[in-house]
Design a binder for this molecule. Structure first.
Ligand code: HPA
Length: 265
């Protein structure tokens, strides 16, 4: 069984991951962001392999609007990955959030629509996947339990608004995003999540609040702050991921695995 892990800004490797293989995958959509590193996180769980991909490449050189999301997700599928944990850095919009908070996402508002290649089905097949709940509910439950097991406080719900970037937002845009129910803002959750669903892969989104969103604090936003806060959170993220892996069942009980059923015209 293989679990995919996508690292965002500031999460370029998982310390403690025993890499056994590095694989380059070429896909019909072009090249993924990097080689996939395959390994295990603990000897006890050696039948559960982790497949790690840094979303922005190594070194960080691919901006969010240029990430080849289709190639990345296709690559995971061809490596036999059926669950993905996607980690991303976000700006906090909701006033209850502070820098360093971990948010387990449950909803998405997509503002990138039309600006990115967002589907595998734009030619021969007409497919409309159900995306009511973009993140796998089974994985969400598992992650909440894992965080409780290790005593790690996380926010268990959060709406991610995905912007195209690469510029950051204006203060009024953030006010507007807040009004329409967004808790955090970032540039990478979409179309990553819907592409995973299109290939019947479960995906979960774990966001680290790396900064206060534009206009919600006096401070100028900097990428240094984003990467530093993410780096300072890697130990917590890593412990959470270890705990998730320990408890993830081999078989999937969710509907993600049947996403294409009754979705084709
Ligand atoms: N806005 C958009 N994307 C981000 C931010 C932000 O404030 N922080 C980290 N990624």
């Amino acid at each position: 069984m293989r679990i995919g892990l996508i690292g965002g800004s500031g999460l370029y490797e998982i310390e403690g991951l025993e890499i056994t293989k590095e694989v380059f995958i070429s896909t019909p959509y072009g090249d993924p962001s990097s080689v996939y590193k395959i390994g295990t996180i603990s000897a006890k769980e050696d039948e559960k392999q982790i497949v790690f991909l840094p979303r922005h490449g190594i070194p960080h050189s691919i901006p969010p609007h240029r990430v080849n999301y289709r190639a990345n997700i296709w690559g995971f599928k061809s490596l036999g990955v059926d669950r993905i944990i996607a980690v991303n850095a976000v700006g906090g919009i909701n006033k209850d959030l502070s820098a360093g908070d971990i948010v387990l996402l449950d909803q998405i508002i997509d503002m990138t629509y039309g600006a990115r290649e967002s589907t595998f089905y734009d030619k021969d097949r007409v497919i409309h996947i159900d995306f009511t709940n973009p993140y796998c509910p089974e994985m969400r439950d598992l992650i909440i339990k894992a965080s409780q097991n290790i005593g790690l406080p996380i926010k268990t719900v959060g709406t991610y608004i995905c912007v195209n970037g690469p510029r950051l937002e204006t203060a009024k845009e953030i006010q507007f995003f807040s009004m329409i129910g967004a808790d955090v803002v970032g540039m990478t959750a979409m179309p990553e999540a819907s592409l995973a669903r299109e290939l019947e892969i479960c995906i979960s989104g774990i966001s680290v609040v790396t900064n206060y969103a534009a206009g919600t604090s006096e401070k100028k936003l900097t990428t240094t702050e984003v990467v530093e806060t993410m780096k300072n959170s890697t130990d917590r993220i890593k412990s959470l991921i270890k705990e998730i892996i320990m408890h993830v069942p081999i078989a999937r009980a969710c509907q993600c695995k049947d996403a294409l059923k009754d979705a084709e015209l």
